[in-house]
Design a protein around this ligand. Structure first.
Ligand code: NDP
Ligand code: MG
Length: 379
């Protein structure tokens, strides 16, 4: 029986994670759930999964939850509570499913305790990949990817020698704007950008998929998870999202991982690895799919993708600046304060504004995140 600390249980990955956990009551139990402010859903999750502790980051909402709760469950609140549960609760696996920079600090706490990290929160590796992965090595903490592309690569690498890998091929659906011209980017609406063709995800990652910043973040995530240089990572558009990613070896052979596009599969694998548990998820019906297609991405159109490769080459605090600027710009686009085409412009401005610190410590990363946010909010 593995005890799970689920950071971000009320989000898209959080809900899918509980869908997996629900199927294996003899294998998994929930020790902690966390939300930012969605106490209605959190309360239902508490009643079903009986965690010992929950966190509601929003202090007022935490108070409201406490007065409604009939269960015997500890309720913590405030920004530091995620770190508190990660460093003090009783659990085996931290499933990191909060969105954005807020995942970094609690993930570090779990790593310091040598826990397994099932990581969906890619921003943690984007902003502090070098620090986080070396800390994981030092504390013997496994990081198993939940992101579907990285789960695919992880599965393709099982039993292989790292030095015999030629390149990683990360597939991308291309998002909702694959077939529209870049000129239209200044007039696309929030609703259009949120209409992803293959995946139903949280708002931030859905916008990132439309700008292809998501793929850029995934390139950086892959660099740190698997230890390959950026010139060994290729992005290929594959609109059907059936091949989740591939690995090409020195003999020219390519291994791919395929599956029906459902996040429950990579979530389950990250929890059960190295085992595979039998489940009743939808199977991939190959004749029904009929066709798998591939294209090169258009770097002129998707500026964010090129910016991500650039910050990966620059290193230091550049990826942290890119991430913070993107988080703020996406949130401003969702509030209709800026245009879709302003997202890459905001990121580029932030990258030009700040000096890159070559080997940042964790305090420098937090300060860089804070300053970048302050700058982009006021653009
Ligand atoms: P959602 O927006 O759906 O969920 C985010 C979760 O984090 C919610 O539980 C939310 O609480 C909580 N949260 C939001 N802001 C904060 C904060 N400042 N502090 C603490 N908790 C917070 O996101 P997704 O589930 O889509 O994505 C989660 C992560 O997984 C992201 O990093 C994303 O890139 C990654 N990922 C997601 C995929 C997907 O299919 N959705 C696929 C691959 C990776 P509340 O509900 O109360 O607001
Ligand atoms: Mg992904």
């Amino acid at each position: 029986m593995k005890k799970i600390l689920l950071l971000g249980s009320t989000g898209s990955i959080g809900v899918n994670s509980l869908n997996v956990i629900r199927k294996f009551p003899e294998r998994f139990s929930v020790s902690v759930l966390t939300a930012n402010n969605n106490i209605e859903l959190l309360q239902k999750q508490i009643e079903e999964f009986h965690p010992e502790t929950v966190v509601v980051v929003d202090i007022n909402k935490a108070g409201e939850l406490k007065s409604n709760l009939k269960e015997n469950c500890k309720v913590l609140s405030g920004k530091d509570a995620l770190c508190e549960v990660a460093s003090q609760s009783d659990y085996d696996i931290l499933l990191g499913a909060v969105v954005g920079f807020s995942g970094l600090a609690p993930t570090i706490e779990a790593i310091k305790r040598g826990k397994r990290i099932a990581l969906a929160n890619k921003e943690t590796l984007v902003v502090a990949g070098e620090l986080v992965t070396s800390l994981a090595l030092e504390h013997n903490a496994e990081i198993i990817p939940v992101d579907s592309e990285h789960s695919a690569i992880f599965q393709c690498l099982v039993g292989e020698k790292k030095e015999q890998v030629e390149k990683l091929i990360i597939t991308a659906s291309g998002g909702p704007f694959l077939n529209i011209d870049k000129e239209k980017f200044s007039s696309v609406t929030v609703k259009e950008a949120l209409n992803h063709p293959n995946w139903n995800m949280g708002n931030k990652i859905t916008i990132d998929s439309a700008t292809m910043m998501n793929k850029g973040l995934e390139v950086i995530e892959a660099r740190w998870l698997f230890g390959f240089l950026s010139n060994q990572i290729e992005v290929v558009i594959h609109p059907q999202s059936i091949i989740h990613s591939m690995v090409q070896f020195v003999d020219g052979s390519i291994k791919a991982q395929l599956g029906y596009p459902d996040m429950c599969l990579p979530i389950q694998y990250a929890l059960t690895y190295p085992e595979r548990f039998k489940n009743d998820m939808e199977r991939t019906d190959m004749p029904k799919i009929n066709q798998l297609t591939f294209y090169k991405p258009d770097y002129e159109k998707y500026t964010c993708l090129g910016l991500a490769f650039q910050v990966l080459a620059d290193g230091g605090t550049a990826p942290c600046i890119l991430n913070a600027a993107n988080e703020v710009a996406v949130s401003r686009f969702l509030k209709e304060e800026i245009k879709f085409s302003d997202i890459p412009v905001s990121v580029e401005k932030a990258l030009n504004k700040f000096v890159n610190h070559a080997t940042p410590d964790i305090e420098t990363i937090f300060e860089c995140d804070r300053l970048t946010r302050e700058y982009v909010i006021n653009l």
